[in-house]
Write a protein of this length. Structure first.
Length: 190
């Protein structure tokens, strides 16, 4: 069974929306506007590219990343990696041709089936709505969180407000950095 890893830049109050400057959000770009950059705090991002064997995205994140990431040296390891997009509305003609093999999945059952295939870890970037659905369905196995020392108030959150049973997490890696960032890696306890 493959490990499904959710990775996120997250504010202390749980917001994950528009960390890189996506338009239409008043706090867009919050990750680097208010926190000094320390390369060592982002080591986990390079490690994710080396360890992941596939990427899973929601439609909105796919449409934001696919025009940009294929040409970025910072994301070169993701270029040829198989990608899966969970969407009920995207068609094959909506996929970019320069970002490796991409498969559209229509349901969470298809995500569960993907996890049952052979292969290494599957990484989920962005995709707040998809992350909420995956978490609520018990499909996420690990969280890689870079927690920023900010309270943003408004914006999409990583976790839903669905009334559900307790989901226990085990802290397996953590570090605090001088700029206030915290790395928190949690395994989901089953």
């Amino acid at each position: 069974m493959r490990t499904l890893i959710s990775t996120a830049f997250i504010s202390l109050d749980g917001v994950v929306e528009a960390p890189g400057g996506e338009p239409g959000y008043r706090n867009a770009g919050w990750t680097f506007k208010h926190t000094d950059f320390l390369p060592e705090a982002f080591e986990i991002k390079g490690r994710e590219q080396k360890e992941a064997t596939a990427m899973l995205l929601g439609r909105v994140s796919y449409q934001a990343f696919s025009p940009v990431w294929p040409g970025m040296a910072d994301f070169a390891d993701y270029k040829l990696m198989p990608k899966y997009v969970v969407s009920t509305t995207l068609g094959e003609d909506d996929l970019v041709s320069d970002w490796g093999d991409t498969t559209i999945l229509r349901t969470l059952d298809e995500v569960a089936a993907l996890k049952e295939t052979d292969g290494g870890p599957i990484i989920v970037h962005g995709s707040a709505t998809l992350n909420q659905a995956l978490s609520d369905a018990g499909l996420i196995d690990r969280y890689h969180l870079l927690v920023f020392p900010l309270l943003l108030g408004a914006g999409k959150r990583l976790f839903s407000t669905t009334d559900k049973d307790v989901q226990k997490l085990k802290l397996v890696e953590s570090e605090a950095y001088p700029n206030g960032l915290q790395k928190q890696v949690f395994d989901v306890v089953r």
